[in-house]
Design a protein around this ligand. Structure first.
Ligand code: ZN
Length: 143
């Protein structure tokens, strides 16, 4: 049995998903990757070993800078460019949340951190538009 409407929307979604990342890859210079350096410094000063997974570098640690930046402040993970530092291995939902931030860095480039801090100073964490987008994506298991 075929359900044309449903199949058409699936095909559309598949094309959108293919277009999104490939457009990012085609950019000559992804300035958001400049922040990778910050992530690597924090990861290494958290006494963690870098691991490659899902197209990013991940550091898992609850010591050193990860303790100061994350655990003491009640957060579980932070993303800089294509580097994710987390206190514990990420859940599937955690991956989707942090990878949404990776996509935001890809879209916004160097503007990510200033814009993040500007919104944070105005509305805090829970109402932060970048966090709301990442949360929405983390709940969407089709992403
Ligand atoms: Zn977040």
């Amino acid at each position: 049995m075929v359900r044309p409407d449903r199949d058409r929307s699936r095909a559309f979604d598949a094309r959108a998903r293919v277009r999104g990342p490939s457009r990012r890859r085609e950019r000559a210079l992804n300035t958001g990757r400049v922040y990778d350096l910050v992530g690597h410094v924090i990861g290494l000063l958290s006494l963690a070993r870098p691991r490659r997974a899902r197209g990013v570098t991940q550091y898992v640690s609850d010591r050193g800078l990860a303790f100061l930046i994350l655990k003491r402040r009640g957060y579980s993970a932070i993303t800089f460019g294509h580097v994710i530092v987390s206190l514990a291995p990420l859940t599937e939902r955690g991956w989707r949340h942090e990878l949404a931030h990776v996509g935001q860095y890809d879209r916004l480039g160097l503007r990510f951190i200033p814009l993040y801090l500007w919104h944070y100073s105005r509305v805090g964490y829970a109402r932060h538009p970048f966090e709301r987008e990442a949360e929405a994506e983390s709940l969407d298991s089709t992403m």
